[in-house]
Design a protein around this ligand. Structure first.
Ligand SMILES: NC(=O)c1ccc[n+]([C@@H]2O[C@H](COP(=O)([O-])OP(=O)(O)OC[C@H]3O[C@@H](n4cnc5c(N)ncnc54)[C@H](O)[C@@H]3O)[C@@H](O)[C@H]2O)c1
Length: 226
């Protein structure tokens, strides 16, 4: 059996009390992470954290509205010391408010864009201030095949397509930013790091419908570093 790949790391999962968020929390915990279950619905987040704790994992619950900068700030400030060194932020929280284009209301559009897209953007901004301080980190965003177009989901499809563009930008800015981690082993080799990412994308492990496009993005980031 391989050793747990997240041992010693802290992972914060937004929407951690929901269907996919819960499964991610469960898997991260099984991989040895200390898990922060962050959700708008605190009692469900608490239940999820207690469930993990009862199974012998380390977990805590956090009230978080991903669409609110103030909520992110107070959530980060409220992290218990044991969970403060966040290494992984998984932006999973998202909602649907389906209705055909002619009937969709401003409110239905705004809610989905605010929570799914802006919430993920805020999560990435916060993650930039937390993740990587201990020499390693990951930011994970959640898209959907709806980004290719889905009937009655103009709001959701737009949000998810936006998340893909956002994530590619985060990857580029994140690779560039590696230069500024004092004491990081790859501090002096940012080009090598980006080249590594490009190599990884070339490998057969890198799946995805438009891998070539993403690979190009990484390469463009690499050329900017030169
Ligand atoms: N279920 C699917 O088939 C599917 C497919 C593709 C992508 N996704 C995406 O996966 C993610 C999770 O989906 P799910 O099916 O588990 O949904 P879910 O409704 O089961 O869970 C969403 C969780 O997000 C929380 N949440 C809602 N608004 C929030 C806010 N403002 N701040 C913090 N938390 C908030 C909810 O309380 C809930 O716990 C979403 O981003 C969704 O778009 C889902």
């Amino acid at each position: 059996m391989t050793s747990p790949c997240l041992k010693g790391h802290v992972a914060l999962v937004t929407g951690g009390a929901g269907g996919i968020g819960s499964a991610i929390c469960e898997r991260f915990a099984a991989e040895g992470a200390r898990v922060v279950v962050a959700d708008l619905v605190l009692d469900q987040a608490v239940a999820r954290a207690e469930h993990l704790t009862a199974k012998g994992h380390e977990a805590c619950a956090l009230a978080l509205d991903v669409a609110s900068r103030a909520s992110w700030e107070s959530a980060v400030a409220a992290l218990p010391p044991k969970f403060a060194g966040v290494d992984v932020v998984a932006n999973v929280a998202g909602i649907v408010r389906d209705r055909s284009l002619p009937k969709m209301t401003d409110e239905e559009w705004t809610q989905v864009i605010d929570i799914s897209l802006r919430g993920t953007w805020l999560g990435c901004q916060v993650a930039f201030s937390l993740v990587g301080k201990r020499g390693w980190g990951r930011i994970i965003n959640t898209a959907s095949t709806a980004m290719f177009g889905a009937f009655g989901q103009s709001n959701y499809a737009a949000a998810k397509a936006g998340i893909v563009g956002l994530t590619r930008t985060v990857a580029l800015e994140g690779a560039r930013r590696q230069r500024h981690y004092p004491g990081h082993r790859r501090n002096h080799d940012p080009q090598g790091r980006a080249a590594g990412a490009a190599r990884q994308l070339d490998s057969k492990d890198a799946a995805g419908p438009d891998r070539a496009t993403f690979r190009d993005c990484v390469r463009r980031g690499l050329s900017r570093l030169r």
